[in-house]
Design a protein around this ligand. Sequence first.
Ligand code: DGL
Length: 260
Amino acid sequence: MTIGIYDSGLGGLSVWRELCSRIRAPFVYFGDTAHLPYGDKSPDQLLEYFNGSLAFLQSRGCRTIVVACNTTSSVVLPRLKHLVQLPVVGMLEGVSQAAAAAGKRRIGVLATEATVRSGVYARTLEEALPGAEVLMQSAPELVPLVEAGEIAGPKVRAALLRYLDPLLTQGIEALLLGCTHYSFLAEPIGELVGGEISVIDPAPAVASRVQEAWADGEGGKGTDEFWVSAAPERFRATAELILGEKLPPVRLRPWGEEGS
Ligand code: DGL
């Protein structure tokens, strides 16, 4: 059976990579690039994008959905998850586990504006880790940088420093990557925060949750499918650059067609 993976763009590939290393199943990836970035969208817009994307992934035969997007996981899933007929795993499901494993109390979270506004991250972490202090920081310039294939260099470091500075000044002990795009910036982030601060990416913990929930065990692998709602060639070229591997052709699924 097929697993669907959903994000606004390239970020969810960091979760796809983790899933591939754990589960032998065909994956269908959908990047809703027509609506990038999600961080500045309203809850109603995000709900509409999720519903359309879910319908499309279902039409491609997906029977488990991984919402590889913290913004949708924070803003949409708490309202909707119980209504979806399929198993749905969101990013929040890996966050507490990943943060608990780091064993730190003063936790900074870098995330999109919509994720920060939702307040869901802070609540989830404070409930899971009583006594933890959670400091949220939105980082709106980072998704456009990753989408442009810029994951290193002076421009990236300057943007990162602007967002990390307030967290570092407040003495964080761990930094949670609260947007799947930021996984691709883990290297410069690690260099800037230094070895004392643990950088936590929830993607491996999310992939482990999917693995636990994956009822079919060892199924046939088949070929993964990659779909986007705009600019498939650009997606493929940038994805190959940041992943450092070749992808099969990326197909276009224009927004609003039947099944999306
Ligand atoms: N990668 C997504 C996230 O984890 C969405 C980022 C965006 O499109 O702003 O939040």
